[in-house]
Design a protein around this ligand. Structure first.
Ligand SMILES: NC(=O)c1ccc[n+]([C@@H]2O[C@H](COP(=O)([O-])OP(=O)(O)OC[C@H]3O[C@@H](n4cnc5c(N)ncnc54)[C@H](OP(=O)(O)O)[C@@H]3O)[C@@H](O)[C@H]2O)c1
Length: 201
């Protein structure tokens, strides 16, 4: 912010937010940024943030694909594409290994690079809130499959040497549980611990 005294105070806001992530490779223009849950609110903010700092290739994944986009978000993505940003929006259930296999193949073809590097931002989320007394296996699996199985599927399929960054989106609720979100908390606890293990490799 800068200010100048001209009888009244004029404040100019900086137009760009500073980089959120410490690793500069996350903003690499050649890297394919995979955002699971790519049509969700946070993912679409991240696409804009990453692009503002240099990222130019995006693979946005969700079960509904572009059908799940609000029209204002679809317009925002189309505008970015007009500026040469490569954005591929694909239907993919991250809980299904074969879906991820297919979209990785699609990305390879679409971005036409022999050995594509990836940054994974795993945001996909399903909620099925209920007090513990009403939880059953199905309601637990509904939530865990997306966050837990999804994360493991990506790590199983993307060779380590092609994976530049892995970011799991968890939540403070994994530490401070909300009532009725035991399944969501457990999924986030898994991601926190999995990230911790991966960072030691
Ligand atoms: N928003 C917050 O305030 C907040 C706070 C703390 C942490 N977080 C974390 O940030 C992440 C994103 O949150 P958000 O609020 O932006 O989410 P959101 O707007 O609810 O979006 C969820 C996204 O996940 C997709 N999805 C759900 N199941 C999927 C599956 N099996 N395979 C692929 N995609 C799937 C949805 O699309 P389809 O339905 O088409 O599949 C949608 O694109 C979450 O992991 C959450 O835990 C968010």
């Amino acid at each position: 912010m800068s200010d100048q005294h001209k009888g009244k105070l004029i404040l100019n806001m900086k137009s760009e937010l500073p980089a959120l992530f410490p690793s500069t490779t996350i903003y690499n223009s050649q890297t394919c940024h995979i955002l699971s849950g790519g049509t969700g609110a946070l993912a679409l903010q991240l696409v804009q943030h990453l692009n503002a700092h240099g990222a130019k290739r995006f693979l946005l994944l969700s079960r509904q694909g572009s059908n799940g986009l609000r029209s204002s978000d679809a317009t925002m993505l189309t505008d970015l594409q007009r500026f040469g940003i490569e954005i591929c929006i694909e239907k993919c259930d991250v809980a299904k290994l074969e879906d991820i296999q297919n979209v990785l193949h699609t990305a390879q073809m679409k971005f036409n690079v022999s050995s594509l590097k990836y940054s994974l931002l795993h945001l996909a989320i399903v909620l099925d809130d209920a007090p513990i007394s009403k939880l059953n296996i199905q309601r637990i699996e509904n939530v865990l499959q997306c966050k837990v199985t999804g994360a493991m599927n990506f790590l199983q399929l993307i060779p380590g040497e092609q994976l530049e960054n892995v970011i799991f989106f968890s939540r403070a609720a994994s530490t401070f549980e909300n009532p009725s979100q035991a399944n969501y908390s457990k999924a986030n606890i898994f991601l926190d611990n999995y990230a911790n293990q991966l960072s030691k490799l």
